[in-house]
Design a protein around this ligand. Sequence first.
Ligand SMILES: *Cc1c(COP(=O)(O)O)cnc(C)c1O
Length: 428
Amino acid sequence: MDKLKFEEGSEYPKELDNNDCLGHYRQRFYIQKGVIYMSGNSLGLASKDAEETLQIAVEKWKEESIKIWNVDDSKYFLYSKYLAKLMSPLIGVDEDEIAVTGSTTMSIHQTISTFYKPTNKRFKILVDDLNFPTDRYAVDSQVRLKGFEPSEAVKVVKSQDGKFLDEDKIIEAMTDDVAIILLPTVLYRSAQVLDMKKVTNAAKERGIIIGWDLCHAIGCVEIDLGSLDCDFAVWCTYKYLNGGPGSTAALYINRKHFKNLPGLAGWFGNKPETQFLLRQEFEHNQDGSGWQIGSPSILSMAPIEGALKMFHEAGMSNIRMKSLCLTSYLMFLIERKLSSFGFSIGNLREDSRRGGHVCLEHEEAYRISMALKSQGVVPDFREPNVIRLAPIAFYTSYVEVYDMVAILIDIMEREAHKEFSAKRNFVV
Ligand SMILES: *Cc1c(COP(=O)(O)O)cnc(C)c1O
């Protein structure tokens, strides 16, 4: 995409839509009339496929009651494994290395508490200052549980410009006192993709456990954790994976660590053969599913099943290619048509270093995002000056990208954003 040439006219996006091999997926999603949805990186849209697998689970509950756990060869009892099989190709790991369980924050607690065994010499957890704050809250509380203060045991790599991280700075921070590293693959604000290979290899050379937060990457960027050979990973399923609001999250444990006991044990991490013998002694199931804690949240997992099947049909490389093409086209239009209004692009430009959204920067970003909302666009404002725009491979058309830019031009020409107060209204 780095070298793709686009055209400015209004016929051109129609041509792109007509030639789009993923274009037909749009009709499988619930697209509201008159709405241009640009927040699929925060909450993916509902699809008929996800609705159908949710409906099936509801019907099984109605018809089978307690027997729901046993229908279809115990599909729902083993639902973490079932979904892990659908998820594993998206990140290049074996299906038995994944648990579909809890929330991302819980997955961080689970993985950190599993791997964090501080000694006098190695007791620090290395993080960055741009990651989504819940990751940090979890890490801070994990070090406190071991009797440390975050100020002594959480080492923070600082961004130089508040937008991007420098991999070399991260590697420099990998000193002998670092036990674990937790980093995001795609930064939620600037969309930077970190060089996972370089950072992971450096951690491994130094004997440091390393885990990745894939929340803003999975379902958008192609990932191969298997060849990376990192130690663990966590991710949510409601952003690019379209699993539904608060759908169950997941984690990956490299199989070389299967013998470790989970930091947070519960009966769904017990061997299935003895789980219902209800013994007082925990018998850890030594694969990814052994990191589950309690009963699987069937109704928060069922939509993920339908949503993931679409990824299989479409293929991750096609999805990434379309996503890059949509965002390249958006950046082209921003540069050609919006620069004169004071807009700039706040993300990195190389394909390999950017995720699925474009950061549109403007000093009036807040009021402009309010004006966009009043015109049916759903953007995502981030303090102090960024509007995140995420055209999604499965359901955003090139015509919508064009139309949204036309709306932005209209807002700026009419100064329509000035009708809105700059006072923040914190209902997201
Ligand atoms: C979205 C996101 C989360 C979400 O955490 P939940 O516990 O699932 O609410 C966590 N970390 C990052 C980096 C995210 O982007």
